[in-house]
Design a protein around this ligand. Structure first.
Ligand code: GSY
Length: 413
């Protein structure tokens, strides 16, 4: 059951000014329009926030009477899909301190004194709380990325964040209490997870910190132009299965799914030849093949229709070596990479690898476009109607959500 926390509220300045985002100027500044004025605002947040800071998005800013340095104010809120979202990453510390004073967060009741910005082992910790049971080390984090109810953190690599987790893990192993508290500055999250695709090192550090005994808490917030108020506590899933790819070393057979696509030459023969070349490897066995579908091109649409199918395989190859094997088959069958997303004799995509979540510059698994491609989702459901992604999403539900707009028809194969 979500736990409700009443009354923890940080008021926002009363004179917030409506602005329209023009563009992100750099990591910490954004160009906006306020009426007829063009302003440069400070963005107190190092996250990527691409979906929030789209050109034309509406926001609210604290505009200074006189410009300070190169900026004329601070962006505080952005309107996104009908709700206000907080973008000031400094706010969580204030929310947490307000909550401490009010004794409003159950896991931290009983701490009457605390220090802020405490240097420990070369890192600055947000809080060290003093209580009868000994100190508790706390880092607060601001999160404002939510996909389908899942709060994802971080949305850009954070070396500092990973260093904090490692420090907290060491403290926990030494028997001290240590915690990370996320404030999701919006009200539509029901769970928080590491965003492994954005920062695999942070995701791994989070899994290790959880194993070491670091406590994780996350709270949603009700955000209005007047105040940010702490809402419900939501679960944090550190996901011990999230590991950097180089650490996935199967000794046994791992199930994986490979997407095949061709829209040049003898398309069906190419799909069959690609399968035969994979099956010829001792480390790969084919355990299922979907029907063949003819599908309208998705993405770059000025190209011929594709033939697509998905193979279910078992393999002892680790993910990057499997990727190399797929690229070797592509090269042997004459694939030349010219136009990105353009015509190709054969394309072999690693869609899923066991339950692994992998995010490295060369390989991202699950395949990042899998959830939006009918020509992949339909064959996956044909192979296993109960299939789920590592984050728990049902492939069949994703297929239903995509609908029938992307044309697809089964052909003899
Ligand atoms: O990564 C697959 C290449 N590809 C395809 C494809 O295989 N089928 C369809 N229908 N559209 C596609 N767009 C791209 S890129």
């Amino acid at each position: 059951m979500p736990q409700r926390t009443h009354g923890v509220r940080v008021p926002l300045p009363s004179s917030l000014v409506p602005v329209t985002i023009v563009r992100r100027r750099n990591r910490f500044a954004v160009d906006v329009r306020a009426g007829r004025r063009r302003l440069v605002l400070h963005l107190p947040n190092s996250g990527r926030m691409q979906e929030l800071l789209a050109t034309g998005a509406v926001g609210l800013a604290a505009v200074a009477a006189q410009a300070r340095g190169r900026t004329q104010g601070t962006l505080v809120l952005v309107r996104h899909r009908g709700r206000w979202v907080g973008v000031d990453a400094r706010l969580p510390n204030r929310l947490f301190e307000t909550a401490l004073r009010a004794g409003a967060l159950r896991p931290f009741r009983g701490y009457r004194r605390w220090r802020r910005e405490v240097p420990v082992a070369g890192v600055r910790l947000d809080f060290v709380l003093e209580g009868p049971g000994g100190p508790c080390l706390v880092e607060t984090k601001s999160c404002n990325r939510v996909d389908d109810g899942v709060a994802l953190f971080p949305d850009a690599p954070t070396v500092r964040g990973t260093a904090h987790l490692r420090l907290l893990a060491r403290a926990a192993r030494a028997g001290r209490r240590a915690a990370v508290v996320w404030f999701v500055q919006r009200d539509d999250a029901r769970v928080l997870r590491p965003f492994a695709a954005a920062d695999p090192d942070f995701a791994l550090a989070m899994a290790r910190a959880a194993q070491a005994g670091v406590e994780f808490y996350a709270y949603t917030c009700r955000v209005t132009p007047r105040a940010v108020t702490v809402g419900s506590r939501i679960p944090v899933q550190a996901d011990p299965k999230t590991v950097a790819a180089r650490r996935v070393r199967p000794r046994r057979w791992v199930r994986a799914y490979i997407g095949l696509g061709s829209n040049q030459g003898d398309r069906l023969a190419l799909l069959q030849e690609a399968e035969a070349r994979l099956a010829a490897r001792p480390q790969i066995r084919i355990t299922g093949r979907s029907p063949v579908y003819e599908s309208a091109p998705v993405g770059y649409t000025a190209q011929p229709w594709f033939l697509n199918r998905v193979l279910q395989i078992e393999t002892t190859l680790p993910p990057h070596r499997l990727l190399t094997a797929l690229q070797t088959v592509e090269a042997a069958l004459g694939r030349v990479r010219t136009v990105r997303w353009g015509p190709r004799t054969i394309d072999l995509d690693l869609l899923l690898y066991g339950e692994a979540t992998i995010a490295t510059p060369r390989l991202v698994v699950p395949h990042p476009r899998l959830p939006s491609r009918r020509f992949v989702l339909q064959p996956l459901v044909d192979l296993d109607p109960g299939l789920r992604l590592p984050d728990g999403r049902s492939v069949r539900a994703l297929l239903q959500a995509v609908g029938q707009a992307q044309a697809l028809r089964m052909v003899p194969g």
